[in-house]
Design a protein around this ligand. Structure first.
Ligand code: GLU
Length: 300
């Protein structure tokens, strides 16, 4: 299958340098395989969307020379596809309605302090799909027991696995507020867009197993997942979108041009010496996929 990658930001604010470095790596990993690279805007969670964020994402990627193939894709314009998949899964009996509140789940998971794994309370409870006391249930996918494994080129073993029952738990595919859940939309998109390489920050590694579970239900082949180390500031904290000072705008204000910005991102990974200036195309021509993989796997 021809390679196809995507960059899939949520339009919740301006991208910071860490986000842009992920975009650069996603573009490089795809282009080094001669693949198509797509830009998808994950804008389903509308209350979190910020006006102007999508335009700034488009501007920043274009300024860096990270050009995508085909039209920009918005999840908000694909709601019909997600709804069709959801009804199919519901008809097949793989989903169940769940009325457990977030609060209740937080209470049971609090003592462990770890990411909560849904214990399956509503699995066997006969509950309707309609409103109760004015509230709708969320729709959960009943996970089959056993490991969920995905190809991970940056892992020593070449794959990562999580146990469905103890480490993942039944996944919400439609939220109680009626919103399509991120895991459902993302899994459907990776399959329907023919994505072979998902490149994203390692903070999203835990999202992979739920998405894989959905792909399995849909009889799809999962992509390879490249989970990248996050860019941390001098204090060891990860950059955040709220940290406006770490976006391209402030670099541009300091007089940096695109070759300097690409050089800065590439140097932060040790791909080029500090102070290098080069376009993203020049960086692409200097690298091989194997070399890039080795650098990304090196500790530190
Ligand atoms: N849109 C989400 C984010 O920006 C997920 C991205 C992804 O799956 O790559 O955090």
């Amino acid at each position: 299958m021809a390679a196809c990658g995507r960059y899939a930001p949520s339009p919740t604010g301006r991208l910071h340098l860490g986000n842009l470095r992920t975009a650069l790596l996603s573009w490089l990993i795809t282009r080094l395989q001669g693949g198509r690279w797509l830009l998808r805007i994950d804008d389903l969670d509308t209350p979190r969307n910020r006006p102007g964020a999508e335009a700034s994402i488009v501007d920043d990627l274009s300024w860096l020379g990270l050009h995508w193939d085909g039209p920009l894709i918005r999840q908000s314009e694909r709601r019909g596809i997600y709804a069709t998949v959801l009804s199919r899964l519901r008809r097949s009996g793989r989903l169940y309605p769940c009325r457990c509140s977030r609060r209740m789940l937080a209470d049971i998971s609090a003592p462990h302090g770890a990411a909560p794994v849904y214990p399956g309370f509503c699995r066997e409870r006969a509950g309707g799909w309609g409103p109760l006391d004015g509230r709708l249930p969320s729709w959960r996918l009943r996970l089959s027991p056993g490991p969920l494994c995905w190809p991970e080129p940056l892992a020593e073993a070449g794959e990562c696995c999580l146990d469905a029952a103890t480490q993942v738990g039944d996944v919400v595919l439609r939220r109680a507020d009626g919103f399509i859940a991120y895991h459902l939309a993302t899994a459907v998109d990776e399959l329907s867009l023919g994505i072979t390489d998902v490149v994203r920050g390692e903070d999203l590694r835990s999202a992979t197993a739920p998405q894989l579970a959905v792909m399995r239900e849909l009889d799809g082949t999962p992509p390879r997942y490249w989970h990248l180390p996050l860019w941390r500031n001098a204090e060891g904290q990860r950059l955040s979108k709220r940290d406006g000072g770490q976006g391209l705008e402030s670099l541009r204000e300091q007089g940096l041009d695109a070759p300097a910005a690409v050089g800065l991102m590439a140097a932060s990974l040790g791909l080029v010496p500090p102070g290098s200036r080069l376009s993203s195309r020049e960086l692409l021509e200097e690298l091989s996929l194997e070399q890039l993989r080795a650098v990304l796997m090196a500790p530190g």
